[in-house]
Design a protein around this ligand. Structure first.
Ligand code: PLP
Length: 465
């Protein structure tokens, strides 16, 4: 492909993208294909000769598009959103064009310096204290793994990397029973082990970690010779939005001298609205590490996960490695690959810069406020449906419900709704029962899109019950 052809197809694809988004609401939200159907449409061997771009593009429409679940659909209410606001998509196009590898300051000074400023902007936007610095990672899972590795190294006098974990004793990490599975996985990968991830029951309306049980668990572990290494808090758990009461958790960490990490992957974005901070983020400024995903609710295209660090030294002591070929001369600079597990890194800060400049914080706040208000309104409509039960009330814009009947009936309703295609929902579990989650957060959703869900749910339920 020469650059003139590239320019032609670049224009074609940006027109295609705008049309796709303008007509997205007419498509079924979840892909309606069966397993294996798309793969079977591809040749089993690669072509020996090049093919024309219009043939490739036609196949994209014919083969790929039917197999896409539309995450940017205004009636996507499953999981948590993975938004891609248009200015962030444009930034990604530029990043793709430049295709810089931003592992060191020297390999793209603008990427490092804009990343530093975006961390400052986001810190201020979220109301965090000025001592936080940070780094942009690909996902919350990576940030959490970095924090768990740091807990491990700190608890072993920074000797685990050098010596391995033999004879280090049982390191223990504590969290509530509402955390995301990325915490379990981080403990597996860090060599802590599932058996040493201690999950504490929750209490109260927000399903917050029971700090008294937490304190008791740590004391019991110490008495048995285990080595407490860290505590992981949650603001906005995946299942039902569980959010820890941060002050008491942090007090336990302080008394026990434990490193702390907060997973606010989803709900962190809502903290750009000052009115939510008192309830959810009082005392947040005492965490050692905090992760939130602008690629979820804020609108930055996937992938974009911000890890704030009160002091990066412990994480750098855990992850920094400097072979000869990565050394650069000159003044002291920040090389962000030393803060994370992968060496290579994309220029992720640009989409945050475009996003915030294009909407302003007030534009982004208004969306989140609307989502929270509409989730509350819809929750009341579903509560009013005969036989339906609200299992957990809205925490920000996430609530859960059940239709009449057994766990199997909940799954039957979810599957029927997703086959219907007008909305997309997913199931979860809470206190041993299957629940249906409803999460509002798609960037372009309207009140009408959200409220329509009550009619669709009743309609489909009547059809299958
Ligand atoms: N933490 C929470 C609360 C989540 O809901 C999720 C994913 O939905 C994650 C962590 C993992 O996020 P990521 O896909 O960025 O690793």
């Amino acid at each position: 492909m020469n650059w003139d052809e590239f320019a032609h197809w670049g224009k074609y694809i940006s027109d295609w993208a705008a049309d796709y988004h303008k007509t997205l609401g007419d498509r079924p939200v979840r892909a309606q294909t069966q397993p294996g159907e798309i793969g079977a449409l591809l040749p089993t061997t690669p072509p020996e000769s090049g093919e024309a771009m219009d043939t490739i593009m036609a196949d994209f429409e014919r083969i790929v598009m039917p197999g896409i679940t539309h995450w940017q659909h205004p009636r996507f209410f499953a999981y948590f959103p993975a938004n891609a606001a248009p200015p962030s998509m444009l930034a990604e196009m530029l990043v793709t064009t430049i295709a810089a590898q931003c592992m060191l300051w020297q390999t793209s000074p603008a990427a490092t310096e804009i990343e530093q400023v975006m961390i400052d902007w986001l810190r201020a936007a979220l109301g965090l204290p000025t001592h936080y610095t940070g780094v942009i990672q690909d996902s919350a899972s990576s940030a959490t793994l970095s924090a768990v590795l740091t807990m491990r190294e700190r608890a072993t006098g920074f000797s685990g990397n050098a010596d391995g974990l033999n004879n280090k004793g049982n390191l223990r990490i504590y969290c509530s029973d509402q955390v995301h599975s990325s915490i379990d996985r981080a403990c597996w990968v860090a060599g802590i082990g599932q058996a040493n991830l201690v999950k504490i029951p929750t209490k109260g309306d927000r399903h917050s970690i029971d700090d008294i049980a937490l304190r008791q668990a740590i004391a019991a572990d110490r008495a048995e010779g285990h080595i407490p290494a860290g505590i992981i808090g949650i603001t906005g758990g995946t299942g039902i939005g569980a959010s820890d009461n941060l002050g008491p958790l942090l007090q336990v960490a302080k008394d026990e001298d434990l490193y702390t990490h907060l997973d606010a992957a989803w709900a962190g974005s809502a903290m750009i609205c000052p009115e939510f901070r008192n309830d959810f983020w009082a005392d947040v400024g005492r965490f050692d590490s905090i992760v939130f995903n602008p690629h979820k609710w804020l609108g930055a295209q996937f992938d974009c996960s911000v890890q704030f660090l009160a002091d990066p030294t412990a994480q750098l002591n855990t992850l920094k490695i400097e072979p000869e070929y990565l050394k650069t001369s000159g003044d002291a600079v920040t090389n962000f690959s030393e803060w994370t597990i992968p060496l290579g890194r994309r220029f992720r800060a640009l989409k945050i810069w475009f996003l915030i400049r294009s909407y302003g914080l007030e534009g982004l706040r208004q969306r989140i406020r609307n989502h929270v208000a509409w989730a509350n309104e819809l929750c009341e409509s579903i509560r009013a449906i005969d036989g339906f039960e609200i299992v957990t009330d809205p925490i920000l814009s996430l609530f859960s419900f059940r239709c009449p009947g057994s766990d199997a009936d909940q799954q039957r309703l979810v599957d029927a709704l997703n086959d219907d295609g007008r909305i997309y929902l997913t199931q979860g579990s809470f206190q041993g029962r299957k629940i249906i989650r409803f999460s509002v957060g798609q960037f372009d959703t309207t009140r009408e899109d959200v409220m329509m869900a009550a009619d669709v749910i009743q309609d489909v339920w009547k059809r299958i019950s």
